[in-house]
Design a protein around this ligand. Structure first.
Ligand code: SIN
Ligand code: FE2
Length: 202
């Protein structure tokens, strides 16, 4: 399938042991920084994913202050846990960007969660790619162009797959239409975890 320029799909990049090790590291992150339910700016409508972060900055959203990065967890007020070394290594190996990532957003999708079409544009540094890692059940990922109404195409992301949104594709609209239950045994209770690594400051 021909993806938009700058968008790369690396199927099966992480083998099963690497997925297990990464999951272990993410479990520790979630213990230190519990998942919270993000709400849309303005409307206050809850998103269906739950999220947390690791690294010096984390992406958060609430009704009053909207989408932003901040150094502390919105519920506990504590700094985000450090980024696990595996993630720094993946960034080094794949991103081709000299500065390290500052934020890893951890999205947890239950089997009925989705994510609407959106752009990742809350970062000051848009030269760095966004690196997205999938764990657990397969999802249907949709990617379009630079305008919301551009034609989109969809493909499945399985556990261990990585997607890079970089270059001309950095601001492409994207979203998750659905999760396919029971397509992976990595997560005991089903669902899907997506990790997005980002450089935030210029
Ligand atoms: C996101 O765009 O933040 C998540 C993408 C995904 O779950 O694959
Ligand atoms: Fe995104």
């Amino acid at each position: 399938m021909l993806l938009p320029n700058g968008i790369q799909h690396l199927p099966g990049y992480l083998d099963h042991p690497a997925q297990m090790a990464l999951l272990e590291a993410i479990r520790a992150v979630v213990t230190a920084a519990p998942l919270f339910t993000p709400v849309m700016p303005g409307t206050g409508k809850e998103m269906s994913v739950r999220m947390t972060n690791c690294g010096p900055l984390g992406w958060v959203t609430d009704k009053q202050r909207g989408y932003r990065y901040q150094p502390t967890h919105p519920v506990t007020g504590r700094p985000w846990p450090a980024m696990p070394p595996q993630l720094l290594d993946l960034w080094h190996d794949i991103a081709g960007y000299e500065k390290p990532p500052e934020a890893c957003l951890v999205n947890f999708y239950s089997d009925d969660a989705r994510m609407g079409l959106h752009q990742d544009r809350d970062e000051q540094d848009l030269n760095a790619p966004v690196l997205s890692i999938s764990l657990g059940n397969t999802c249907l990922f949709r990617v379009g162009g630079l305008n919301r109404n551009d034609r989109t195409l969809s493909f499945k992301l399985s556990s261990g797959d990585i997607v890079v949104l970089g270059g001309e594709g950095r601001l492409c609209f994207h979203g998750v239409d659905r999760i396919y239950p029971t397509t992976s045994t990595l997560l005991k209770n089903g669902g899907r975890i997506n990790l997005t690594l980002r450089r935030v400051t210029a």
